[in-house]
Design a protein around this ligand. Sequence first.
Ligand SMILES: [Zn+2]
Ligand SMILES: [Zn+2]
Length: 549
Amino acid sequence: MSPPVRVSFFGGLGEIGRNMASIEVDGRLAIVDVGLIFPDAEHHGIDLILPDWSLLRQRRADLHCVVITHGHEDHMGALPFFLREFPSVPIYATRLTLGLIRAKLEEYPEIKPDLREVDAGERLTTGPFDIEFVGVTHSIPDGLAVAFHTPHGTILHSGDFKLDQTPIDDKPTDLPHFSQLGDDGVALLLADSTNADTPGHVPTERMIGKTLREVFAAARERIVVTTFASHIHRVQQVIDAAIDSERLVCFVGRSMLRNMPIARDLGYLGYDDSQVIDLAEVERLPRDRTVIVCTGSQGEPYAALSLMAAGQHRQVSLEPGDTVIMASSVIPGNEHAIYRSINGLFRQGADVVYKGIADVHVSGHAAADELRYFHNIVRPSAFVPLHGEYRHMVAHARIAEETGTPHDQVFVCEDGDTIVLTDGVVHRGDRFEPGVVFVDGLGVGDVGNAVLRDRRQLSSEGICVAVVTLDQHSRLVGTPEVVQQGIIYEPEQSILLEQAAKALAEELRLIGDQGDLAVVRGDTVRALGRFWREATGRRPVILPVLVEV
Ligand SMILES: [Zn+2]
Ligand SMILES: [Zn+2]
């Protein structure tokens, strides 16, 4: 009898981002997705957040392969960091996903990845793994669900999916394939929960094309459309609407310019060179003959649309009568930045069309009714909701129970949880403590929660530095020098700083010559902390600098 099969969750449970799980069969590990999440305002200065895969360092020799379900950052964005540690592990993904991975890795020429193309409908065996790939629709083409046929039962991982019945590429989620897997028996289903608390169905992507054509037909001047640079089908519909209204298309923004030629060369996007122009030509053409397709749908500070909204884009300016279409979602946490963009665009005189005003966006994730349908087709014995905040996962767990998975076989998990399969029976395994890994500038993992706490305090309370000169017995020499930044307004500071220095000197004279630098340091922090609290009610970071003469 082969050892139990273990599923471990490294990230993506409890938040939407940095998805990563491992499936262990016969002591070998297959990883599904290696994603990242972008920081929010609480993460002062952090650039990216990765899953913590430190456990895998001790299991380097057991690492067998990586499967990437699709080309979104929350599923493949951490690969450059992962491959630096595990450079030779083979990566399986579809053609478009591999194209986007290749483009991402171009910035890291030292990484020579072992990329292996697979296609929806394919089944392959590698080592102890028997893996089957199922095509799904999502907000990027060429997405996969992945079934692992293990000695203890089949595990089905849905990837990100919805059930669009009329997708732009005419490749709907492969329901017959899922049904077949369900007939053969799925011991454990792991599935996308993003929209589990949204009732009903997600409308088809094709609906957007109709809205785009209407808005384009009514537009009299320049049109600017923003969407995600990975949403190839959305861009295709913009191109089609542009051709219909006799306009030429111009891609603006780094990721648009990078992804669209890749998608076209691989056959996922159709346009003719004569239909696409570069930015220099836009200015030479009449305003009603062009459509700019640009990045910045989430209000990212330096993205093309944000610069246009602020009137700071070097080549594109908006004028009254122009139309801007935000063909994208509002990702929770980005509301403020997005509405700042929309306000800025209106200020430039443009007419802004966004979700809520017109049907210019549909989600890429199955809503509650689609999930019910999916569960009824797959009929899993056990279920773990993936890819969601806790509330989404709870909503998805309820759907699983409604559709027949027994209550004690539905496991709402968090990062660090494991699930074990033995002979078709599923139960919880031991937990491990998962960390988060912050990327800041060139550093990976050298900024932890303690540093973030300091940054938060620095940003909200300011800093006070005290230079304390000591003799060889650690006695104070002269008066300490106290400076501050971010605590008080300049004209007020000289008197307060003098008082602070005096209070500190008194305190240090009180302790006399204890000959201990740690005591002096601790006392300096305490005395100045008390001083600022009493004088201003603030709690700045206190940094003592001890100088011995
Ligand atoms: Zn996705
Ligand atoms: Zn995702």
